[in-house]
Design a protein around this ligand. Sequence first.
Ligand code: HEM
Length: 296
Amino acid sequence: MESEQLTLVAREASAPQRKAIVSFETVFSFLILLFIPAAILWGWWHRAELPTPEDGLGYALGIIGVTMMAILMIYPLRKRLTGATWMGSVGTWFRIHMLLGLLGPLVILYHARFTWAATNSGVALLALLVVVASGLFGRFLYVHIHRGYSQRKLEVRDFLDELGESRLLLDADGDAGHLIVGYLRELERHALEKRSNLFHGAFAVFSITARTWLFAWRLRGVVRAELAREASLPGQRATDSEALIDHLTRYLQSIRDVGGFAFYDRLFRAWHYLHVPLFLFLAMTVALHVLAVHMY
Ligand code: HEM
């Protein structure tokens, strides 16, 4: 046990310092998430001045939006063509899928001038918005059970490894770390319990998340008191408080991950059964809309 802890601590000490580098992707995603609501608000505000969808720019917006949505369908295709590396990585196509899944419907909203108008276009627009909302929910679930967008599906043992590792690191942080691990043992056991149905799973995710936040807040006091006590003892080596907080945060995150994994995994599978038919319904309504506007 002791040597395991020492190995972990040594491994962490030799690892390059994790710096808070904000990646280009994070900044880009943030800008897109700012741009889309702003564009929706602006468009809705100016909807009376937008070009008519029957011809010219308004018509072109319809074609652009549908083309964007046709391109985003390359992702499921690429995912299934496992050997088609010449097409680019699955992760890249997934990012394109999500980006066009937001920009395409935005363009369609401008094409529709933010109105439901005729029944056929109204149903197509509604189906589109439902698919986008479903896509966003799917993405929320996806990131809980995958490593990035690489399609690498995580397994329970990945989370258990991380949980054990983060607990050992915290346990090695002097008396304060050891004390905190003792406090959190019961919560960890609770997170590891098997839950028979989705409802129990949802409740557990909620309660574990709330309790980890509460602990994070309450344990700050325990950490401060313990560090002050250590500092008052002559000849005592001071615990690195930054590392301690870092390890505590990591341990709490691991507890949340372990507690939520089975739930998110189940829900993601159920979501797939809903999302694909919703998409097929959308494709049908778009086809009907295109037929209707060209026939009458
Ligand atoms: C018009 C908009 C969209 C359409 C037509 C659409 C369509 C689809 C389809 C057909 C799939 C099934 C893929 C499969 O079974 O392999 C899918 C999966 C998915 N979509 Fe979308 N989507 C749209 C927008 C979005 C948006 C806006 C997001 C999130 C930002 C999103 C996130 C996802 C996720 C997370 C998956 C599951 C990925 C996987 O299991 O590999 N989608 N989408």
